[in-house]
Structures are given as structure tokens and as C-alpha cells.
Design a protein around this ligand. Structure first.
Ligand SMILES: [Zn+2]
Length: 300
């Protein structure tokens, strides 16, 4: 139902703005390669979205601004909390209406990229303006105004809005933007700390086991494996400690997404250390049994 209502509005307003044209010509500023890698072809995805909603409508890119109905440009930041903008004002370097999509924003003195999911949604929204659509009062509609503000958009997603018309084709997944990195970072910081602490006495004990000496050839072979495992255990433990330290420097900079990654990596190395210690115990047990027999209770 909502899709039908949107189409009706769309049909009415498009006839005002782009006089009955079925092909909309865009002059598109090239997106820098590193952003293309990050965002993919969001403009093409956004045009397909509208083409599917309005049969007969076709977007085309032209090689000169003079041939265009409007210009699309990419910005690294925009003002006033708005990350997308469409203006019919032609007083600009192109002499054409202009659609601007900002792929980044400043927050707490740091520059961030928007999520690729948001970049696509805002491109759809501004493209909607470019073909003549006004804002919608329906919070579930792609033309709802809060989408132009990244924080409002993230908030509305957390509140569980934005589920109807514009998500029919590609429902947004609940990830990246709503993740609380600080909490996740703190969880892993604790887990990694506890694990590393518990390894202190375990590794000392493992070292004792790994340096046991036997005369039986099979036992000697097992002890070689135990020593290799001990070498790895030490290596993994030092990696766990190193990652933990690196995580700390990200925490100081309040970069919790990075500190989370490092703490998690630290925790993973600590788990690997534990596995190696278990191997040492296993090899030592085999060596002992080969030397003294399975049921022997004699100490070595
Ligand atoms: Zn808007």
C-alpha cells in the first residue's frame, strides 16, 4: 500500500520538475577509488531503486555537465549536520542543479566515514528530490527528512523504524552503525586480562613438564613435541600481551572499534596459548607412560 502511495506522489511531482522526461541525465563526478572500494556503486544501486519503483523512468550518465539535468558530486564533509543535499540553484561551477552526497562527517574532532548502508539510503533520498519528490511524513518512507542527518538516521534504526517501503528490496541489517564498540571493547579487555593472568602459573608448570628428561626413544620423541609446543605457547602468550598493550593505546584515543579488535585478538592468542599448554601436558603424559608403563605411579 505504501509503495502505491509513493508512486502516486512520484507521478504527480515528477511532471512538475523534469518535464515528462523519461530519461534523467546525470553528470556524475568520479568517486575517488578508495571510496569506491568502500561504498561500491551506490549511485547505480540508488538509480535502480527508483527505476524499479517508476516503470519507464531511466537514469543515464552524460559526459558533459551541459547535457545533464543535474550534477552528482561526492563530498568528504558537509555542513549543518546534513550529509545529503539537493539544490535546484544553478549558481555553481556547473550551472546545473546539484546533488551532493557526503561520505564523511566530523564528530568529536575526528573525521569518520558514514556506513555504506547509510550512503546508499541518503543517495536514494537525494535522488528522490532530484526527480521531484518532496519529503514524506511517513517515518518508514525513504523520503522522510531525518535521513539527511546521520545521527537521526542511526537513532531511528535503533528504534526499529524504517522497515516499510524503501526496505522491500534490500532490508538494512542491524549491524555496524548500532554497535556499541566501547562496551564490546570493555568486555574483551576483561576476558583477555583474566585469561592472560591465569596463564602465568600454567606456563610455569608447562615449562617444568616440557623440560623433563627420559631415556626411552618414544618418550624422547614426545618430549621434542612438548618442547615445540612450549615454544609456541610462549610465542602466543607474548602476542596476547602485545595485542593487549596495543589495544590500550586505542582506548586512550577513544577509538573503541580498534581497541575491541585488538583485545579480541589478544584474547584469541591467549586461548591459543592455553591449547599449546594442553598439548604439552598430553605429550608429557605419553612420554611418562612410555618410560614407566601405563599403570605406573612412580614419580619421574
Ligand atoms: Zn530531503
Amino acid at each position: 500500500m505504501k509503495a502505491l502511495a509513493l508512486l502516486a506522489v512520484f507521478a504527480a511531482s515528477v511532471s512538475f520538475s523534469i518535464a515528462d522526461a523519461e530519461t534523467v541525465n546525470m553528470y556524475v563526478q568520479r568517486m575517488p577509488q578508495h571510496w569506491q572500494n568502500q561504498f561500491g556503486d551506490i549511485l547505480s544501486d540508488a538509480t535502480k531503486y527508483w527505476e524499479a519503483k517508476a516503470p519507464g523512468l531511466k537514469f543515464s550518465t552524460v559526459s558533459h555537465a551541459e547535457q545533464a539535468d543535474f550534477v552528482v558530486e561526492w563530498a568528504s564533509q558537509y555542513g549543518e549536520g546534513k550529509l545529503g543535499y539537493y539544490s535546484t540553484d544553478t549558481v555553481n561551477q556547473y550551472g546545473k542543479p546539484k546533488l551532493t552526497i557526503s561520505l564523511g562527517y566530523f564528530k568529536d574532532k575526528k573525521w569518520n566515514l558514514v556506513s555504506s548502508e547509510y550512503a546508499l539510503e541518503i543517495t536514494k533520498h537525494e535522488l528522490g528530490h532530484a526527480i521531484g519528490l518532496p519529503h514524506s511524513t511517513d517515518p518508514n518512507d525513504i523520503m522522510y527528512p531525518t535521513i539527511e542527518n546521520y545521527e537521526s538516521w542511526q537513532q531511528s534504526r535503533q528504534d526499529g523504524h524504517l522497515t516499510a517501503t524503501h526496505t522491500l528490496k534490500d532490508p538494512p541489517t542491524k549491524k555496524a552503525s548500532s554497535v556499541d564498540w566501547q562496551t564490546k571493547s570493555q568486555q574483551y579487555q576483561k576476558m583477555s586480562s583474566n585469561k592472560i593472568d591465569s596463564l602465568d602459573s600454567k606456563i610455569a608448570k608447562a615449562q617444568g613438564l616440557a623440560s623433563s628428561e627420559y631415556s626411552n626413544l618414544g618418550s624422547k620423541a614426545e618430549m621434542e613435541k612438548a618442547q615445540t609446543a612450549f615454544w609456541w605457547a610462549k610465542k602466543y602468550l607474548s602476542m596476547a600481551e602485545k595485542k593487549h598493550e596495543e589495544a590500550g593505546s586505542h582506548v586512550i584515543q577513544a577509538n573503541y572499534q580498534e581497541s575491541f579488535k585488538k583485545f579480541k585478538s589478544s584474547f584469541d592468542y591467549a586461548k591459543k596459548t592455553e591449547q599449546k599448554i594442553a598439548e604439552i601436558t598430553k605429550h608429557h603424559k605419553k612420554a611418562y607412560e612410555m618410560e614407566y608403563g601405563k599403570n605406573s605411579t612412580r614419580a619421574n
